[in-house]
Design a binder for this molecule. Structure first.
Ligand code: ADP
Length: 477
């Protein structure tokens, strides 16, 4: 049985800011189902939503600090979770990375360097837990120093580093290198130095035995200057060790037939009931109640990456069309203000909820007809997959995982039953509007629309085959 230490900075439902949390739960659950022994390591943040008992396991000393390791389980699963308990660094409320104003916590380098050092102690079986992994699987910059630090150890486990989003790199001033007491030999253009800065991400990219990312198209894109942020050369250099494995989804948590957040369940054979979710949403938020007008939804972090600029530009034209728009998101103040303006001006047509709310995310998915995801880049994206499962047809930009998971509705793809959404190319509000107009035309033909919904609902986006691929990767190491 393969033993995997899965190192991650967030995991659903303990703490979540985005897709990384979903994957950090659903992938280990799937791997354990395939008879692997996966254990999670995450920081013990103040606002962790723990429901299971927590036990003290041991104390380790790293870089002049002593840190407790606590043990719990991922709620309602058999997945074991070790918590890195260092109150001085992690006992902050709210978001794991940024304060209330959205600024990075000032000591992020110290926080995640300590987290990485503790991971290394566990990986080397020096944390008094009597368990040594075969593979340490690290995720994004917060665990990037683990492969670097492990590279100096003898008889170490293998390392895998997964890029969930190359845009967030954990870059810090040069002096941080000395402050963190990192080995001198790491300070090198082939190491963790990046244009005179310290890059946590490079600790993964330069030192891990294998690199993965979350879709095949993104794996290609990050090797180009447009998506590589200056790391494309290194990624091309490591091309043979780099693979894109598409994320799966938790098909139990995201299931319109059993979803705990829905009042009205529905499925493939009861698709007509989906509409009750829509009219309930229209009533709840004071939208004009009309089962025939398409409701467009967007659920996202409100940042440039997600194409919010295109949305804000397109909205004046969009709102002249026969449609309603509901949005759930939190993020940059500029987008929040722009969006709130439209809601105020068009209360019967636009609803903007500036919040982070898991239940509402499920309810919006169930209620909407169409889901908007005009991302400028998208490593994998999960909401287009959740949407397809909920019979909510996605409109996506042709990039990254969106290009890999949504098939454009065209005569040929209708014929062979592969059409699952609307895909557009240009990163412009005009291209987005064209796709929106196309979707409204197909929506007006209820038979065709139902075909599109069912094609999406019948896709198998579970973790089954992708988890198998991770397992094969671990075995190859
Ligand atoms: P990213 O990781 O870049 O944010 P993904 O599409 O991979 O994007 O994953 C986003 C996840 O976060 C989805 O599960 C989505 O439902 C959730 N999410 C994003 N914003 C919100 C919000 N405001 N409220 C609830 N869930 C949200």
């Amino acid at each position: 049985m393969k033993k995997i230490l899965f190192v991650t900075s967030e995991v659903f439902p303990l703490i979540k800011t985005g897709g990384l949390a979903d994957v950090s739960a659903s992938l280990p659950i799937a791997l354990n189902g395939l008879n692997a022994d996966v254990r999670l390591l995450i920081p013990y943040y103040k606002d962790l939503n723990k429901t299971e008992e927590t036990y003290y396991k041991s104390t380790v000393h790293v870089n002049k600090r002593s840190v407790n390791i606590l043990e719990t389980f991922l709620p309602e699963t058999q997945v074991l979770v070790w918590l890195v308990d260092c109150p001085a660094l992690f006992d902050y409320p709210g978001n794991p990375y940024v304060d209330e104003q959205g600024n990075d916590w000032l000591n992020n380098a110290e926080r995640f360097a300590l987290f990485c050092r503790v991971a290394v102690e566990l990986a080397m079986n020096r944390a008094y837990l009597d368990w040594m992994p075969d593979v340490v699987h690290c995720n994004d910059w917060q665990s990037g120093l683990v492969p670097a630090l492990l590279s100096t150890e003898v008889d170490r486990p293998s390392t895998v580093f997964t890029i969930h989003n190359l845009a967030y790199q954990g870059l810090f001033p040069k002096k941080t290198h000395a402050l963190l007491n990192l080995p001198r030999q790491f300070w090198h253009p082939n190491g963790i130095e990046f244009n005179g800065m310290l890059s946590f991400m490079k600790g993964g990219l330069a030192y891990a035995d294998r690199i993965t990312t979350v879709s095949p198209t993104y794996a290609q894109e990050i090797q180009t200057a447009e998506f590589g942020y200056g790391l494309e050369g290194l990624l091309r250099h490591r091309n043979k060790d780099l693979v894109g494995i598409l994320n799966g989804i938790d098909i139990d948590h995201w299931n319109p037939e059993t979803d705990v957040y829905l009042n009205q369940h529905y499925g493939i054979s009861t698709l007509d009931k989906k509409q009750l979710n829509k009219t309930a949403l229209q009533a709840k938020y004071g939208l004009f109640i009309d089962a025939n007008v398409p409701v467009f939804a967007l659920i996202s972090r409100l940042v440039e990456q997600k194409g919010l600029g295109l949305i804000v530009d397109a909205l004046p034209e969009m709102l002249k069309l026969p449609l309603q728009f509901v949005l759930l998101g939190k993020g940059e103040k500029y987008f929040e203000q722009q969006l709130a303006f439209f809601a105020k001006k068009h209360p019967q047509q636009v609803v903007i909820i500036l919040d982070y709310d898991e239940a509402l995310a499920h309810q919006f998915e169930a209620a909407a007809d169409i889901f908007l995801m005009p991302s400028l880049f998208e490593p994998c994206g999960l909401n287009q997959l959740y949407s397809q499962r909920y019979g909510t047809v996605p409109i996506v930009r042709k990039t990254g995982g969106l290009a890999d998971t949504v098939v454009d509705a065209l005569p040929a793809t209708f014929n062979d039953k592969t059409a699952t959404g609307f895909v557009f190319n240009g990163a412009s509000s005009g291209a987005l509007l064209e796709a929106i107009k196309r979707s409204i035309i197909v929506y007006s033909d209820s038979e065709r629309w139902k075909e599109l919904q069912l094609n999406g609902m019948q896709k198998n986006d579970s973790w089954h085959s992708s988890a198998q691929r991770y397992l094969e990767l671990y075995e190859a190491l």
